[in-house]
Design a protein around this ligand. Sequence first.
Ligand SMILES: [Mg+2]
Length: 244
Amino acid sequence: MSEPLAAVFFDLDGTLVREGAAEAVRRTAVALAERHGLSADGILTANTSAWRDCWADQGERWMRGELSGDALPRDIWQRTLERFGQDDPTLVDEAVEIHLREERATFTLFDESLEVLDALRSDQVALGLITNGPARSQRAKLAAAGIDDRFDVVIASGDIGVVKPEAEIFRHALDRLGIRAAQAAHVGDSFSADVVGAASVGMRAVWVNRDASVAPRDDVPHHECRSLRDVLALVTQGSDSRAR
Ligand SMILES: [Mg+2]
């Protein structure tokens, strides 16, 4: 028998909001192409390569909050445009501005996100958010999605310099609410970051597997759901639901 849940923590990107990153880049490439007579496909190809290189160099530090919020996109767009033969810094500024604006516009809530957050709230369960990313940009996404006032605690990896799946970020979130791991669930779409991390500290790990993918590991106890609505059953049924 497991304890009743006192808190449910959620991941943000891909769990409560749709991943809008690829669409934001595509829209930025189209806008730059139209304004400056460039090839949108060429910009996209260069961006993909630049993103891969920059993420390998800086992604970890960016998520830990060791770089400013727009440092990574700025470097990516600088390298993108250089590869395309453009080195005008005002063009980089323009690209970053369009990208950040489109990113906010493309991060939209999944259909059931609000309904589930509200239902959990009425069940007297505390709500938390544990997200990997710079503090400012993750909070900007929360505000853009209209859910910045829904959580008792919001922890971005950039706040504390620790990223999921490291245990410390989950323990920090539990401490902020003054509860034990056995009293909490964490819900997220990343098996490696959300499920592995939450399970490692003894929280109930809930994998949001909308695509019906095969679990990458079979040695990590977790619940699996296709929709956030399934989380409600986990809370109300509590001790009856079985972990895989
Ligand atoms: Mg995610």
